[in-house]
Each structure stands twice: as structure tokens, then as C-alpha cells.
Design a protein around this ligand. Structure first.
Ligand code: MG
Length: 306
């Protein structure tokens, strides 16, 4: 079943449920208004019979108690209903006959109890159907590509550092004698962040959207990638919950520049800087990053469905 179909049926079931309940309430209410029905005790009823105030009686016979339905002659247009023990029935009918009251004897209305059953069962079935569909749809959401309540994505990037390139990290330029080689400005934080966002949204990676074979992106400001990712998230009705990043670089020290980086990244993504968390590490002199030949970043992003 398609999601649209399931949603349609869900609305239909719930709508039918509401209409049914409203109809029951309305019917009960108008019945109540049209005819006033007394529910006298046995004693009260017999007093009425004695006084000659009962016009007609229908006796409903079932295996257990008998039910009496009928109309008074005084007061006019007033009905009554009472249940009596089987044993009391002969006595009542005798007294009614003596008073010349018309008595009809009928089988207990089976149809009425069926109707009662339907009135109870149909709304329950409609509601059950609604919840089954709701549960199915939620499960589809988990398995399918539709937005979950919370989604997480991871991103990683590394660029070689070369002399004569600008060192751009987290959307800002830092004073240094080397910078990342790359097709764009080589901002590892922006690239890893972009991948984390696209991953969380199930939209591939940065290469899918900005192939490095396209001359359009040569020397590009990586904030453009983030702005584009933001647009894609918007279209999928996803919002950024939180971003956490680790930047690995031997030199220079990044910590003092974090507030500016968070501001720049937040601006590109349209979120407050508080949602972006940055951490810096060195590689303890080990490997290419440790020797100062490269810069790397890991980012985890959490998205929430809007
Ligand atoms: Mg890159």
C-alpha cells in the first residue's frame, strides 16, 4: 500500500468514526427530546394501572426478565418502560385486562440488540482500522526514506596541505603558510559537515551534488555547499538539531577561532551557532596529519523532522 493510499484510508476511517459517533449522539439526543419516557418502579406502575392511567402496553417476552413498554393516558404522550420478573407477568396482565388496557405480547426485539451491537462495534472497528494504518505508516517511515523523528549522519574529509594555499577552516580564513589543496577552497569542516547532513537526509554525498570534475566548483567557497544542503533539507522538511565536529590539525591552534567558525557555519546553514559544536585535536605527530601534511575533520549531524 502506498503512503498516500494509507494516509487517505486513515483519514477515511477516522472521519467515518467521528461521523458515526456524532450520528449516535445526535440520534440519542433527538430521541430523548421527542418522547419523554418514564421508568417507573413496579409499585409506581401498578398504582398507575389501578388509577386507570395506562392506555396501552406491549409486553416483550424473553427468557429472563420481561419488559413492558407503553403509553399512559394520563399524562398524555408520556411513555413508560420497565422490566419485571417473569413471575410477576401473569399478575400484571390480569390487572391490565381488568382495567381494559390493550396488551400486545411480542418476542424480545432481537433486531434491537443487533442494532445495539452494530452501534458499538462499528466505531470500534473504524478506530482499530485507523490505529492499524497509523502503526503501519509509522513502521514504513522507519524503513523507508520518509522523515524519521530523528536522523543522524556522519561525514569525514581530509585535504593535503600545500604551501601558497589559503588555510580555510569552518568558513573562515586563518593566518598560516600552508593551506588545503583541492578543487574548491578545501574547507574540511564544511565538506565533512555537508556529507553528514546529506547522509542524515539520505541524499548521497557532496560528490553527488558538487562533482569535482565540474569547473563550476573550482576554487568555490564551501559555504555554497552548505547553503545548498540547507535547501535540500528544507525540501525534505528536515531541520538541523545539532552538529558535532572534530578537526584534526597539528598547527595552527584552532580553538580561539571557533566562535567565528560557528558563526560562519551557522549563517550558511540558517541555524544559531549554539547548534554547532567544534572540537580540535592534533594527531600527536603521527601520520600525514601529524607531520603537518594534511588536515582532516569528522562531523556528526542530527536532523529532526519538522
Ligand atoms: Mg573535501
Amino acid at each position: 500500500m502506498t503512503t498516500r493510499m494509507s494516509r487517505f484510508l486513515q483519514v477515511l476511517f477516522f472521519g467515518a468514526f467521528l461521523i458515526f459517533v456524532a450520528a449516535i449522539i445526535w440520534t440519542a439526543e433527538s430521541d430523548h427530546r421527542q418522547t419523554r419516557t418514564d421508568e417507573p418502579s413496579y409499585g409506581e406502575f401498578m398504582q398507575k394501572v389501578e388509577a386507570g392511567d395506562v392506555r396501552e402496553v406491549t409486553l416483550y417476552v424473553s427468557s429472563g426478565a420481561y419488559e413492558l413498554d407503553g403509553e399512559y393516558s394520563r399524562p398524555m404522550n408520556r411513555r413508560f418502560h420497565l422490566a419485571v420478573f417473569k413471575e410477576a407477568a401473569p399478575d400484571i396482565t390480569r390487572q391490565l385486562r381488568e382495567k381494559g388496557v390493550l396488551i400486545k405480547v411480542k418476542e424480545s426485539p432481537v433486531g434491537k440488540s443487533w442494532l445495539g451491537l452494530i452501534v458499538v462495534a462499528v466505531p470500534i472497528l473504524l478506530l482499530v482500522g485507523f490505529f492499524i494504518l497509523l502503526e503501519r505508516r509509522l513502521r514504513q517511515d522507519v524503513g523507508g526514506s520518509r522523515a524519521l523523528t530523528i536522523r543522524t549522519g556522519i561525514g569525514y574529509d581530509l585535504h593535503r596541505l600545500e604551501a601558497g594555499r589559503k588555510l580555510i577552516v569552518g568558513g573562515i580564513e586563518l593566518e598560516f603558510d600552508k593551506g588545503p589543496a583541492g578543487h574548491s577552497d578545501g574547507d574540511v569542516v564544511a565538506h565533512a559537515l555537508c556529507d553528514a547532513l546529506l547522509g542524515a537526509a539520505g541524499l548521497g554525498d557532496i560528490g553527488t551534488h558538487f562533482p569535482d570534475t565540474d569547473p563550476k566548483w573550482k576554487g568555490a567557497d564551501s559555504m555554497i555547499f552548505l547553503q545548498h544542503a540547507r535547501k535540500l533539507l528544507d525540501e525534505k522538511k528536515l531541520a538541523i538539531g545539532h552538529v558535532d565536529a572534530v578537526v584534526i590539525l597539528e598547527r595552527p591552534k584552532l580553538g580561539p577561532h571557533f566562535p567565528k567558525m560557528r558563526e560562519a557555519l551557522g549563517r550558511a546553514l540558517g541555524v544559531e551557532p549554539a547548534k554547532i559544536h567544534l572540537k580540535a585535536k592534533t594527531n600527536e605527530g603521527v601520520d600525514a596529519v601529524g607531520r603537518g601534511e594534511a588536515i582532516a575533520a569528522y562531523v556528526v549531524a542530527t536532523l529532526v523532522a519538522r
